[in-house]
Design a protein around this ligand. Structure first.
Ligand SMILES: Nc1nc2c(c(=O)[nH]1)N[C@H]1C(S)=C(S)[C@@H](COP(=O)(O)O)O[C@H]1N2
Ligand SMILES: [Mo]
Length: 254
């Protein structure tokens, strides 16, 4: 039987709850994550908090690789009817709604960097002039709530092709007006249900939900849908992420 040595107890697993949850959600281990399961998986006696943390990080990185391999670029996520749409959407960010600093859409530009041939920044009217598409999809926050939302805007694949992005590159990295960052793998960026959204329920996006431009993907958890985007980079180097850098599983597919 596994007996935790030294100061190791279940506390360390609850401290790392988000990683444990993502590992459990994928069903990658038989049964739920426990110190015993980690010991068997890794073949080493995880006998202190640092080792547990290291093992969880390694399992999470492996989890990213498994999810990347399993991701089907053509499989559509469920869509819903207009009657199911929550209006207005449910707000979330790393700060409360009264701290939202609206972005001035008249001066706003999307900066383009990295493996992109046409790096001229884009403004609001250029996005409005592009073909628009709408998806009614579920937003799932890692905190345990979700809602059906109706998003429209420019398909990300169409946009990437328009700016001459190297779509064989590995990542699309985002920065936002509030300092938030996130990054997604190229197969997710090219997925048919991934858009740069400018509207919600057919109305111009309201400030708290990422106006004038935010990402909406049907295949990722909420935190991988950056709002108030100001910079897009195509790269073979994985950009960081506000929550990703705080230990959340990077891939975080649904
Ligand atoms: N710029 C920025 N984007 C962000 C966040 C944030 O704090 N800042 N929070 C993320 C999280 S955790 C969630 S659940 C969704 C919430 O999006 P919503 O307010 O449109 O429901 O935005 C994501 N994108
Ligand atoms: Mo979230």
């Amino acid at each position: 039987m596994f007996k935790p040595a030294g100061g190791v107890d279940q506390t360390i697993l609850s401290e790392q709850a988000h990683l444990v949850a993502s590992i459990n959600r994928r069903g990658l281990l038989r049964g739920a994550v426990s110190l015993g399961a980690l010991t068997m998986l890794t073949g080493c006696d995880v006998s202190n908090d640092e080792q547990v943390r290291g093992v969880l990080k390694r399992v999470s990185a492996w989890n990213d690789r498994v999810q990347t391999t399993l991701f089907d670029p053509n499989k559509l996520a469920p869509t819903y009817s207009e009657a199911e749409v929550l209006k207005p959407p449910r707000y979330n960010a790393y700060y409360p709604i009264d701290k939202v600093k609206p972005v001035d859409r008249t001066v706003w530009r999307l900066e383009l960097t990295g493996l992109v041939s046409d790096k001229r920044p884009w403004n609001v009217s250029q996005f409005a002039a592009m073909p628009q598409e709408e998806w009614i999809i579920r937003h799932v926050c890692v905190e345990g709530w979700d809602y059906v939302g109706q998003w429209s805007g420019v398909n990300l694949r169409v946009f990437l092709e328009k700016i001459g992005a190297d779509t064989t590159a590995a990542y699309v990295n985002f920065r936002c007006a509030d300092g938030y960052t996130s990054s997604i793998d190229m197969p997710t960026a090219l997925h048919p249900q991934t858009i740069l959204a400018t509207k919600y329920a057919r109305e111009t996006l309201a400030d708290p939900f990422g106006a004038p431009l935010r990402l909406r993907t049907a295949t990722k958890l909420g935190f991988k849908n950056p709002k108030w985007i100001t910079g897009l980079e195509v790269s073979n180097t994985r950009g960081g992420g506000y929550w990703e850098d705080r230990g959340y599983n990077w891939f975080s597919g649904l």
